[in-house]
Design a protein around this ligand. Sequence first.
Ligand code: DHE
Length: 556
Amino acid sequence: MKLTKILSMTAVVALGTVALHAADAPKLSADEMKKATQIYFDRCAGCHGMLRKGALGPWIRPESHKDKKGATHGTLALGFETLKSIIFNGTPGGMPGWGKSGELTKEETELMAKYVMNTPPQPPEKTMADLKKSWKVLIPVDKRPTKPETTRNWKNYFSVILRDIGKIAIVDGDKKEIVSVVPSGFATHIVRNSKDGRYVYVIGRDGKASMIDLWMKEPKNVAEIRVCNDARSIDTSKYEGYEGKYAVVGCYWPPSIVTLDGKTLEPLKQVATASYTYDEGVFTREARVASIVASHFKPEWIINIKETGQVWLYNYTDVKNPTIKMIEAERFLHDGGWDSSKRYFLVAANARNIVSVVDAKEGKLVANIPSQGTKPHPGRGANVNSSKFGPVWLTGHIGSNDIVAIGTDPEGHKDNAWKVVKKIKLPGEGGGNLFIKTHPKSKYIFADRPVNPDRKLQTQIYVIDKDTLEVAKTLPIPEKYLKSADPKVKMRGPVHFEFNADGTEVWTSIWGNKKTPSAILVYDANTLKLKKAIEDPRLITPTGKFNVTNTMGDIY
Ligand code: DHE
């Protein structure tokens, strides 16, 4: 038998009596392949994986595969017409309508339908030499300020991600004006601050990490490095004696943890996360790193490995020879945050509708809690000291309209601990919530819903009263902030919330497109009045906003 024949037999699928074959997939020219690979990386890999074995989105390889619920997936069996329609229109399960929203042309959605019927190309690896080559110290440590050069209240700065232009706007929270705009990686995802707040650590989707010094009169990047090809998380060491000593990046591809020097971003250690799924023992090359938090109890990072359902407690004391405790939790681990005592980390396992709880003090799993909704998505969640239930942590869901409160105080409120004590229904059909946020000084919790298909539901702020734990009010975004220069592209928003340092204001973004600057809306966190719309031609696609005081102190 010819070698090509043997190789292609690995991708044969049976559909009734018809045998489908990866070699039967629509052919693409080299240019089409290059373009589709880039679009796939930019738009699809986050949810479906580089190897297309699925995570938040389903398996989309040519060959068929049965998921745990018994549903069969496989792009050859689905066929070009169905795929084209799904990519153009989206699905009620949360797949965006890339054609309908104007983000891809009709031709591009057709190209992507053909592309996913072909076997995925092997994604690239990265060596330590690659990392070192990309590493730049732009301003050496001894040339940096020794005290803040600015008279501004820099602890009330907000780092605002300008997603589609790969930049960070540093915004003065007192004056509500941009102090500087700093380049970052492609489609920057999140920002975290050093424990003292001074440095802003930024991670791009392309794996480029950078650090900005807020003590400069005009904050700038002081170091940068490309640690991988695809990443979503970054943090620093926060344990006593190690404050700011190390930074860590969690990579989607190559699936790995990369430790860096906290002051210069010099690469120190790569650790691959490929491993076995905790429950079925299936070897998973694409075991991606989702959220990371820095423990306050030990010199450790709590690192969530998405596909294998393991939480790794990564001890950085001996940085070149780290020790890792692997905790079995649930799949697929995604985002999460601390309870108010910062002892327990609560993380969404979105494929199983579970919130896993890890005790950072004892170093063990405390509970896997059914979240009573579909696809929990907390961001970092919201903490409330409820008069009825004691301390609770809340999460929303992408796939259903449930915001749930989970008891987090096993000592003071044992009966409520580690279960859903209250379910809050957002009005209207469907989920679409991405982020919720509160502050100890605010009476309210704020929730968005940017991926709900209904325009009205998508463009309101949901305000939950902390006392009653009910939706107290919905605040529609004024129409003038939702206007786009391109009529084919709809402005979304609100998306993501952040409080100012003293908890009196809550900020949210209008998520536009590359062609249209969009506003950041500042509300009074207690009267709920729109205080100010920050409008500036440099504000292009603002998504996440991170206040220095709240981010350095893990306040949410
Ligand atoms: Fe995010 C947090 C991954 C889509 C904006 N996002 C996170 C975290 C992960 C993640 C793992 C937690 C990091 C941490 O705490 O250490 N996000 C992913 C994806 O894989 C996904 C689903 C698809 C993708 O390709 O990226 C995805 N995320 C989005 C968006 O579409 C958002 C709204 C805009 C964007 O940037 O693409 C978005 N994600 C955010 C934001 C946070 C975040 C603003 C930080 C929230 C916080 O308050 O900490």
